[in-house]
Ligand binder design. Structure first.
Ligand code: ZN
Length: 117
């Protein structure tokens, strides 16, 4: 359910970008979702379909990229993606979550048409 406010924010951001860059139609919105953010692409898509009507992003295709959380080894400082466990692939030490990673909900790329003047 928390995808609803996130999707509202997303459309607001896209409207602002459209105004700023004189965009007539957004074709694609590439989004990065962190695996710990608990956002589900299908839910974002569902709300997006409902809320985007009448906006420049109305016919935009959403492209999701999921990003893993990053861990840093307490022993050797090696940074690695969270896979199955928290063990450092380099030395076998214990990894600690790097704060903020894996919780992303970001626009990574926009594909759009400029307004015809
Ligand atoms: Zn290590």
């Amino acid at each position: 359910m928390h995808e609803l406010p996130a999707t509202e924010d997303l459309i607001k951001t896209l409207d602002e970008e459209s105004a700023k860059k004189n965009i007539s139609e957004i074709k694609e919105v590439h989004l990065v979702i962190g695996e710990l953010s608990s956002y589900i692409g299908e839910c974002v898509q569902m709300y997006f379909d409902l809320l985007s009507e009448g906006h420049t992003c109305e016919r935009a295709k959403l492209v999701f990229t999921y990003k893993k959380a990053r861990f840093k080894c307490l022993s050797c400082g090696h940074e690695f993606d969270h896979d199955r466990d928290f063990t450092c692939p380099s030395c076998g030490g214990e990894g600690r979550l790097i704060k903020g990673t894996g919780k992303e909900f970001l626009i990574s790329k926009l594909v759009y048409d400029d307004a015809v003047s």
